[in-house]
Design a protein around this ligand. Structure first.
Ligand code: COI
Length: 357
């Protein structure tokens, strides 16, 4: 699908903040574009959505999302390519994952076409916020939360779906230092780890803060039962390169978020003939490989973080430096390819890019 069908009414923002943006000092996620999309769920159905000037949302003090956490979100990006077109990268995967997160959190699903249409029309409305500055994008944050005004515990009958846009540069300003977490848990089997549920991120803040106090940026989460298998890292999926093979934790368990960037990395690697192993990855093998120099590369893969090289792994009392960034042939090649496809410099032979306007 491509192009926009302008089916949502738009109230234009007459007080654009675009000219006040300092593109050379852009903090991640703190500046917002001029418009937002809002759609309510009531009486068992999604109501007419609309595009409004960006601004505060009214909230009842008993609104159930803030009491019981029925709240999910997505992260996507829009890019401006060399032909001055605004494009999205595999947005259908976000639409599908949003529907899966909704189902897991007992929230109403949004039909994927409706989700995509809302994203596209909003991005088209804020198109002048999409820069072609290399490394920058318009971060798109669709989210849904429960709006019943009721402090009893039950699935809400009412919801709000909102999309906001934020111009961003890099999420991590430098290669990341991660610590393997062996006590706290992000997700347990049977839990909500696969869903992009707000509470997953809230629960990660305290252990992440402890690691940050020790000089790390993020944690590497391990399985809840034994803490011997690697799952994901902070806000990203995690990928390793050993013996010129890509190795990454399998997503069979319902504890790992199914990331678009990681899926793309694996598809690209397979397409290039690089062996890929999606399997259980033990902490022990990664530490052993890192110490012996067998671990060639480690990186996080995520929409916000893109391909984020891991510089150092902390394990118990040890800090193990990973190979110099310039030696990391596979992740550098993948990143260059993805940047090229998004900017239009490299042909989109895998049909990942959808044009917005
Ligand atoms: C994303 O990569 O889009 C995420 O959702 C991470 C976010 C918590 C910044």
């Amino acid at each position: 699908m491509s192009g926009v069908h302008a089916s949502f009414p738009v109230t234009h923002n007459t007080n654009s903040q675009l000219l006040s943006v300092d593109w050379d000092n852009l903090p991640f996620g703190k500046i917002f574009a001029d418009h937002m999309f809002v759609m309510e769920y009531a009486n068992g159905a999604w109501q007419q959505g609309e595009i409004l000037p960006f601004g505060p949302i009214d909230m009842h003090p008993a609104m159930s999302a803030i009491h019981y956490g029925q709240s999910i979100f997505e992260g996507m990006k829009a890019y401006r390519n060399k032909d001055n077109e605004v494009v999205l990268f595999r947005p259908e995967l976000n639409a599908r994952r949003f529907a899966e997160s909704a189902a897991r959190m007992c929230m109403p699903e949004i039909p994927e076409e409706l989700f995509l249409q809302a994203v596209k029309q909003l991005v088209a409305t804020d198109a002048n916020w999409v820069t072609n500055k290399p490394g920058y994008a318009l971060y798109i944050r669709p989210f849904m939360f429960a709006t019943d005004e009721f402090v009893g515990i039950k699935p809400s009958d009412n919801y709000k779906f909102v999309i906001i846009n934020s111009p961003v540069g890099a999420y991590y300003a430098e290669p990341v230092r991660v610590k393997i977490e062996e006590h706290y848990t992000r997700a347990a089997e049977g839990g909500v780890g696969r869903a992009k549920a707000a509470g997953n991120y809230g629960a990660s803040l305290y252990p992440a803060k402890l690691a940050q106090q020790q000089g790390f940026h993020q944690l590497v989460w391990t399985d809840a039962k034994t803490h011997t298998f690697i799952e994901e890292s902070g806000t990203m999926n995690i990928v390793f390169v050993m013996d010129n093979k890509i190795i990454t934790p399998t997503e069979d368990a319902d504890t790992i978020l199914r990331g678009t960037t990681k899926k793309t990395v694996l598809e690209l690697a397979r397409h290039w003939g690089i062996p890929v192993e999606e399997r259980k990855v033990t902490v022990a093998e990664i530490i052993e490989a890192a110490k012996s120099g067998k671990l060639q590369e480690a990186f996080g893969a995520g929409t916000a973080a893109t391909i984020a090289p891991i510089a150092l792994i902390g394990y118990r009392d040890e800090k193990i430096m990973l190979p110099a960034l310039e030696t990391r042939e596979i992740s550098l090649r993948i990143k260059a390819h993805l940047d090229g496809v998004k900017s239009g410099e490299i042909a989109d032979t895998m049909h990942w890019v959808q044009k917005v306007c």
